[in-house]
Design a protein around this ligand. Structure first.
Ligand SMILES: [Zn+2]
Length: 301
């Protein structure tokens, strides 16, 4: 993957990426020191302590500094190479410049570690082990291997049904050595998330562009009432395709009895507050990170 880059699908999920710029696979899954686990060892091809990057936005849940090792879980579900959407848990190891700590959060594409030789290893590399789903069973012994006459346990996740190439997309990684059935994703917005502003020719033409500012006409909230999703209280807005956080809407009129920005009942009508369009695809617009149907949106200055 490229550093400092987000790889998003059309529903706003991050594609789960191979975290390296250059990849020379020196050991695959379920062999020797990877007995029983889905893990690969990767060098940069030149022995360097190359940086690598967070394959998705993730949070550190365990560290083993003596082996430059950390366990990470995605902060949201991710989109895997086999098409599945789920949480992911993964391990990075052997980083000599280790600075991870439990609770550390890293956005997709930011540096997560360096290749190194800390702990039990045979040269500078990264160990990358992946499991699907939210982890509650990391650390069980999956196998053993012997190095220089010493027998070491292999730790892993309880369920590892898929190999790394079933899970990681390979975009923007140069493969120097090693095989795999790699797939590429098609991100909707494969760019740095730098802000853009509408150009003068884009202003108020009712053709939505990335950087357009929009609001909406009035929409009655659904009879489902309100519901908390991912920590945001949402109302159901059928016109834009579903649940939407009420913090980004205002009450349009007194349909629910009083125009006080309190949605007293499902007669309430609301409109979307002025917001920037971050992406456009297939009649959908992404606002506040949420894909909505673009039809009810009205471009404003
Ligand atoms: Zn390894």
């Amino acid at each position: 993957m490229k550093p400092n880059t987000k790889y998003l699908d059309e529903n706003g999920y991050e594609f789960f990426m191979m975290p390296f710029s250059k990849m020379n696979i020196t050991q695959g899954s379920n062999t020797w020191s990877h007995s029983g686990v889905m893990a690969i060892d990767v060098t940069n091809g030149d022995g360097s302590k190359a940086p690598y990057y967070s394959p998705c936005t993730c949070k550190c849940i365990a560290t083993y500094p003596q082996s430059g090792q950390a366990v990470w879980v995605s902060t949201n579900k991710v989109h895997f190479a086999n098409g599945n959407i789920n949480y992911v848990v993964f391990v990075t190891a052997h980083d000599e410049s280790f600075n991870a700590y439990v609770g550390m959060t890293i956005p997709q594409g930011s540096q997560i570690a360096n290749m190194g030789n800390k702990g039990v290893g045979t040269g500078t590399h990264a160990h990358f082990q992946v499991g699907v789903g939210y982890p509650n069973t990391w650390g069980i012994v999956k196998g053993y291997f012997t190095l220089s006459g010493v027998r070491y346990p292999v730790y892993g996740f309880q369920y590892e049904p898929y190999d790394i190439d079933d899970l990681c997309f390979i975009n923007d990684t140069t493969i120097i050595g090693g095989s795999g059935n790699w797939k590429k994703c098609t991100p909707v917005s494969n760019v740095n998330q730098a802000p853009s502003v509408p150009t003068s020719s884009e202003e108020i033409d009712q053709i939505l562009h990335v950087g357009s500012y929009v609001t909406s006409g009035p929409m009655k909230i659904g009879n489902q009432g309100l519901k908390t999703i991912n920590g945001s209280l949402c109302c159901y807005l059928a016109e834009i395709g579903g649940w939407f956080p009420i913090e980004y809407v205002s009450e349009y009129d007194a349909s629910d009895g009083k125009k006080d920005n309190y949605l007293a009942n499902t007669n309430a009508r609301v409109y979307i507050d002025r917001v920037r369009v971050d992406s456009i695809k297939n009649g959908l617009a992404q606002i506040h990170g949420i894909w909505v149907k673009a039809g009810p949106l009205v471009e404003v200055k």
